[in-house]
Design a binder for this molecule. Structure first.
Ligand code: SAM
Length: 232
């Protein structure tokens, strides 16, 4: 999979050289490139923002650098079998879920555009729709200073679903949200720690009883912490 990220703070993404995604990049499973939006400016100050039409507080990201960035990054797909998926993180977008991650993990090319200030000039989203499928995606119902942290979270959630990134694919199947429920509790050695015991069923060796206990724990936990998931 190819992922391009455009940001005015590319060094935010240095962490994506570490751990499983770092290895996936080294091995070529994931082709991740982070670009500085200012590279597509042409003035001395490398300006990416301006005051909002209609007045109001804050600045808005100018369309011109975004247009040039998208032209360059999407144009390289002209011979590819599918158009890129262009994702703009936004608190006003659809909420990112495991299902979103699973869907996006099947795409050939993702382009992420990180907003800052009051956001990006609206015409950029319209223009991007001529180049690929546009998705405005929110990390949750709160406001961040910029799209970088949201894109880091999305790239990690998507990246670990790409075949070969996580060593044992079985570990992906049993995780929270994969079957609509939260995961059961996990324990490791020692079996007694500070007077707290591991549930005896997990030491029983009875695989049927363990599977039954885990399922019960998933339901109970989901009912208690996230009843909205059971409604869905
Ligand atoms: N004025 C915008 C609004 O009210 O919808 C918020 C702008 S926010 C300060 C700047 C940038 O942070 C956004 O353009 C977006 O890229 C990112 N951002 C903020 N909150 C986010 C969230 N919950 N999910 C995804 N991206 C977010």
């Amino acid at each position: 999979m190819r992922i391009d990220v455009v940001s005015i703070f590319p060094s935010y993404f240095d962490g994506l050289t570490l751990s499983l995604l770092g290895k996936a990049r080294d091995s070529g499973i994931l082709n991740l490139d982070v670009r500085d939006l200012r590279d597509w400016t042409h003035d001395r100050h490398r300006t990416v923002d301006d005051t909002p039409y209609g007045g109001g507080a804050g600045m808005v990201m100018k369309p011109e650098p975004w247009g040039l960035a998208l032209d360059e990054l999407a144009a390289s797909d002209s011979r590819a079998s599918e158009r890129p998926t262009i994702i703009f993180p936004s608190p006003a977008g659809e909420v990112f879920t495991q299902a979103t991650a699973r869907d996006l993990a099947t795409r050939e090319h993702l382009i992420f555009g990180c907003g800052r200030y009051e956001g990006i000039d609206e015409r950029v989203f319209e223009y991007a729709a001529d180049l690929g499928e546009v998705r405005l995606i929110s990390l949750g119902d709160y406001v961040l200073n910029g799209g970088e942290v949201a894109v880091m979270a999305m790239v990690e959630a998507i990246g670990r679903l790409i075949p070969g990134v996580v060593g044992n694919p079985e570990s992906l199947v049993e995780e929270s949200h994969e079957d609509g429920l939260l995961e059961y509790p996990s324990y490791t050695k020692p079996s007694v720690w500070r007077d707290r015991e591991v549930p005896p069923v997990l030491l029983s060796g009875n695989h049927g009883a363990i599977a039954h206990w885990r399922r019960e724990q998933q339901l109970e936990r989901t009912r208690r912490r996230r009843p909205d998931l059971l409604e869905d």
